[in-house]
Design a protein around this ligand. Structure first.
Ligand code: ADP
Ligand code: ADP
Length: 245
């Protein structure tokens, strides 16, 4: 059994219009895709902008309403909200986004941002929580004085480290990384990618690594799927994909 098994997943967004705001059409953002993610691997999902990658990622983390198909996590279908709740699913599965400035709450201090998943899932004492947050800052290479600052006081690369610290706070099994380095300068991209690999080795995490950048995916992923207009047009190992005749 794979860690994640995605079977014939469809996510169609309703389009509403007119005075009554009725559903008049739909966008087949994800239109029947099937692939598996194994424990410990970095699975690459590539494709042009608008091909359905983010929608797939958000569906796996439980942030998007699935139209049909299934997403099995350790054999349990997490497209059903009651299963996600029963499994404490987001203790195990977290997501990081491209634009960490808009995904980190600008009005919250870094301490509260990183502690959020801990507060949701692990009920630590104030002292233990602070120790844990300090440890996480250390893992991602930020100083303790970051605790009391706000997201806008950091660079893009530092903010991405904060996003990763929050994502790994509960020792998750899977992280959906949606264009995690696309907004960063090239020199900072390599740092963040290497540091994501380091964390993967230390924590035994699997990644669903979403990117429009084939070079980055080639560097990070052994298994790759190429998405186009909501469908998978190619799926295989890095060698299959890059050493085409
Ligand atoms: P990608 O991540 O590959 O850029 P997305 O999953 O963001 O692709 O988008 C896939 C398609 O779904 C696009 O046509 C996009 O415009 C559309 N889409 C995304 N989010 C929504 C939404 N909330 N409502 C309607 N259409 C959406
Ligand atoms: P809800 O459905 O609880 O009203 P949301 O739609 O915002 O709230 O989130 C759906 C679920 O996804 C919630 O359980 C939330 O904790 C979780 N969630 C939100 N953001 C992330 C993230 N970046 N990583 C993991 N889980 C998340």
């Amino acid at each position: 059994m794979s860690l994640v098994e995605i079977k014939d997943l469809k996510v169609h967004y309703p389009i509403r219009s007119g005075f009554w705001n009725r559903v008049t059409d739909e966008v087949p953002a994800v239109d029947g895709i099937t692939f598996n993610i194994e424990a410990g691997e970095t699975y690459g999902l590539v494709g042009e902008s608008g091909s359905g990658k983010s929608t797939t990622g958000k569906s796996v983390v439980g942030l998007e309403k699935v139209t049909s198909g299934s997403i099995l996590y350790n054999g349990q279908d997490i497209t059903k909200k009651e299963n996600r709740r029963k499994l404490d699913y987001n203790h195990d599965v977290q997501m990081i986004f491209q634009d960490s400035l808009s995904s980190l709450n600008p009005r919250k201090r870094i301490e509260d941002i990183i502690a959020e998943p801990l507060r949701n899932f692990e009920h630590l004492s104030k002292e233990d929580e602070k120790l844990r947050v300090l440890q996480l800052l250390d893992i991602v290479g930020l100083d303790a004085d970051a605790l009391y600052k706000y997201p806008h006081q950091f660079s893009g690369g530092q903010r991405q480290r904060i996003g990763v610290a929050r994502a790994v706070a509960t020792n998750p099994k899977l992280i959906i990384a949606d264009e995690p380095v696309s907004a960063l300068d090239l020199s900072v991209q390599a740092q963040v990618l290497n540091f994501m690999k380091k964390i993967q080795r230390e924590f035994g995490i699997s990644y669903l690594f979403i990117s429009h950048d084939l070079g980055v995916v080639r560097h990070m992923c052994n298994n790759i799927a190429i998405m186009n207009r909501g469908r998978l047009v190619e799926i295989g190992t890095r060698d299959d994909i890059y050493n085409h005749p």
